[in-house]
Design a protein around this ligand. Structure first.
Ligand code: ATP
Ligand code: MG
Length: 393
């Protein structure tokens, strides 16, 4: 017997007191879904550890590890090699399994845990024996029991001996789905995909909504947003992507509203439509990529005029972040290169030369009331296309 497994200790799962069981259930479901296309895995829980093991041969384990690093709800995990509980085998395999780690370390120690009390060696003996062969194989090493660079853990369990590799950092956060569902308003920019990622990380299952204004905006611009949803989906799981035709509404704004309020009224109408879509799909909050003061439509006053039409919470996870902090996350989740492709967004169609940065709420309401948008809103919602996006790796 010789196979690799992944172990997640309790402390490495985003535990939630009373709801712990349901959190773990969702996490297990998400893990299985994410790994499904790689082959059969079993996910089991024993005492304080969750074990993820391939249950067939030829599974791409490296890919499984990469995918797990994008599953929210896991702060860290450990790879381990499972071998027969035979002292010589363990020695041989420990030397081999640590060959990517120990040659680059200066100090190490071995710790052993013995769950199977019938195993002939006791923990201190296992530590001594395995430490001995590792020193022989990697003679540059020194033992440091207090502050080792690498700790080699040997665990003797009922089903076999587990040789642990180093711990790997996970995606953190909470399992997607444990916080309910929300609708992210997504553009082709840098910010909103990052906002989507951040809220999925807090356990929200996402729907995304995007407004298009053909022929002012192109197919390529839409394709870019779909690509961004695919990248976010690597972390967020399944995303229902709603594409709303917005041309007629924007033209109506242009023809009927004061120019300096174009953007604000457009954003209010986007919010109104998003609220309707949220309601129809049982989504309990909206998410935007707004950051305070970043542009004219993101001042307190401008945000107040869009909040004015919202009756569900609007989450703005980037509100207090600097652009460079946002860019750092977008690079990490690999949306940056797509976001900076220079395609137009409907927000840049008919932009006023002098947008109002301190709009008076009543003035905005009155300006918008000059035209009855309700029929155009109904039409836009009726003609909305929905695509299901799921990217596993
Ligand atoms: P981003 O980088 O996300 O494009 P931004 O800094 O360009 O943001 P705005 O253009 O003012 O900011 O948009 C603010 C927010 O409004 C976006 O973060 C996004 O949530 C939403 N939004 C903008 N354009 C669209 C669109 N075409 N479809 C859906 N939501 C949009
Ligand atoms: Mg933008």
């Amino acid at each position: 017997m010789q196979k690799e497994v992944i172990m997640i200790k309790n402390g490495e799962i985003a535990l939630k007191g009373l709801n712990r069981k349901s959190f773990e259930d969702v996490l297990v479901k998400n893990i299985k879904w994410r790994l499904k296309t790689l082959g059969k895995f079993s996910v089991t829980r024993a005492q304080s550890t969750m074990y993820i093991e391939p249950s067939e041969d030829g599974i791409d384990f490296e890919e499984a590890v990469e995918r797990l690093q994008k599953v929210f709800g896991i702060a860290a995990f450990t790879r381990a090699l499972v071998v027969d509980k035979d002292v010589d085998t363990i020695k041989q395999q420990a030397v081999n399994y640590m060959k990517d780690t120990l040659p680059y370390a200066k100090t190490f120690k071995v710790t052993a845990k013995r769950a199977d009390k019938k195993f002939p060696l006791q923990s201190p003996e296992i530590q001594r024996e395995i430490g001995g062969v590792l020193l022989q194989a990697y003679p540059h090493l020194k033992v440091d029991v207090h502050n080792p660079e690498v700790t080699v853990t040997i665990e003797i369990r009922d089903f076999g001996a587990y040789i642990h590799a180093e711990q790997i950092k996970g995606a953190g956060g909470m399992p997607v789905g444990t916080s309910g569902k929300a609708l992210v308003m997504i553009s082709g920019g840098i910010d909103s995909p990052v906002a989507a990622y951040m809220m999925a990380k807090r356990g929200l299952q996402l729907h995304a909504i995007h407004f298009v204004s053909p022929p002012y905006t192109s197919d390529r611009a839409l394709q870019k947003v779909e690509t961004l949803c695919e990248k976010v989906s690597e972390y967020a799981g399944k995303i229902n992507f709603h594409i709303v035709p917005f041309t007629k509404i924007q033209e109506a704004i242009r023809d009927n509203c004061p120019e300096e309020l174009f953007t604000i009224i457009m954003r209010r109408l986007m919010m109104e439509i998003s609220m309707r879509v949220a309601e129809e799909n049982d989504l309990k909050a909206l998410i935007t990529g707004e950051s305070l003061g970043q542009v004219a439509s993101q001042t307190i006053g401008a945000i107040a005029t869009t909040d004015d039409v919202c009756t569900i919470p609007v989450f703005r996870p980037l509100i207090g972040m600097d652009k460079n902090e946002i860019v750092e996350i977008s690079r990490k989740i690999d949306t940056f290169e797509t976001s900076i492709l220079p395609y137009e967004d409907c927000c840049t169609v008919f932009t006023p030369k002098h947008p109002k940065t301190k709009p008076d709420l009543q003035t905005v309401r009155d300006a918008q009331a000059q035209f009855d948008f309700s029929q155009l809103i109904d039409e836009a919602i009726r003609d909305t296309e929905v695509k299901v996006i799921r990217t596993l790796s």
